[in-house]
Design a protein around this ligand. Structure first.
Ligand code: ATP
Length: 307
């Protein structure tokens, strides 16, 4: 089993790192064409979208035969609605996202979009329908313009600027030394976590997919940044079918349904108001814990005011 974790080569390591973090699945496929485990079914047609309704039907999946990671997972996200997934680390939250993007095929059960099994449609059309806002966005060593335009190569300057505006990063870009021509990434200007997430939001707005997969940042951003990001995120999810791996209370409160995932199974589901009232509920417990943390933070905060 250990062999599975041994990198075969640099690409292998990188590939696994990306899979592990659910990082930038969209870019991943362009960066690494060699790992072609998933192929189009012969003669398959493109996905025909009509609202982007999602259905997971009895999905069971493991990365290796020895370990089942998702067990009989069933849920639907009606077109335009938002489902939030919460649960402890390793519960399988990111795996659900990866499967929807068809990074891997399910072992049993099926994943449908607008009534079509994603196994049986052209991959390119599937990935065109889905936009991903990862926690940590991979930037190309290229201009900031290219990094946004990448979502829709050949987009007009105005379309790129509009996307950047809606993602609240346009003004910031204008303050860079060469504005939109500024080189970013490892060998260029380093962007902060919040800025990188805004680039991902701008990309997704430009791509205008019918489905959005969002992996909320776990790390705390400062309140001002947080508020701006929330507004931009709301714009990217508006009128789109959305699945979000949620770490923010504001997100779960507004979700149409919350799935509490535990060891690969859906342990609880419902809206915030119902789940929070459930006696001995996992979600109710998580909620209490969050409130305690919040309290601790606030009383901690007043102790060390930087006057
Ligand atoms: P977190 O909140 O920490 O991101 P998660 O709920 O998203 O966790 P997953 O990333 O979906 O959890 O992982 C579910 C299980 O699958 C874990 O036990 C994890 O170690 C395992 N796993 C994830 N990716 C791989 C992979 N590429 N190969 C083998 N096992 C994996």
């Amino acid at each position: 089993l250990m062999e599975l974790y041994m990198p075969l080569n640099w690409f292998g390591t990188y590939y696994r790192a990306i899979q592990k973090n659910f990082v930038d699945m969209e870019n991943m496929f362009d960066l690494l064409k060699e790992e072609e485990e998933i192929v189009d079914a012969p003669g398959c047609s493109p996905l025909l979208t009509a609202g982007g309704g999602i259905e997971f039907s009895n999905v069971t999946f493991g990365y290796s035969p020895e370990k089942v990671v998702l067990r009989n997972v069933s849920f639907t996200v009606p077109a335009g609605k938002t489902v939030a997934i919460v649960g402890p680390s390793g519960a399988g939250k990111s795996t659900i996202m990866r499967l929807l993007f068809r990074f891997y095929d399910v072992q049993t059960g099926a994943i449908m979009i607008d009534g079509q099994n994603i196994k049986l449609v052209q991959q390119q059309s599937l990935r065109k329908a889905i936009g991903v806002v990862p926690q940590d966005t991979v930037l190309f060593n290229n201009t900031i313009f290219y990094n946004i335009e990448y979502a829709k190569l050949g987009a007009s300057d105005d379309a790129v600027y509009d996307a950047a505006r809606a993602a609240d990063i346009h003004e910031r870009i204008l303050s860079f030394p060469d504005k939109y021509e500024t080189k970013v990434g490892e060998r260029g200007l380093r962007l902060s976590g919040g800025e990188k997430q805004r680039v991902a939001i701008a990309r997704t707005l430009l791509k205008a997919p019918i489905i959005v997969l969002l992996d909320e940042a776990t790390s705390a951003l400062d309140t001002h940044t947080e508020r701006n990001i929330q507004a931009a995120l709301a714009r990217v999810c508006a009128n789109r079918t959305t699945i979000v791996v949620a770490h923010r209370l504001s997100t779960v409160i507004h979700a149409d349904e919350i799935l509490v995932l535990q060891q690969g199974s859906i342990a609880e589901r419902g809206r915030h108001e119902e789940l929070v009232l459930r006696e001995d509920g996992i979600y109710a417990d998580m909620w209490q814990q969050q409130l305690k943390n919040l309290d601790a933070e606030q009383s901690g905060g007043s102790d060390n005011g930087d006057a």
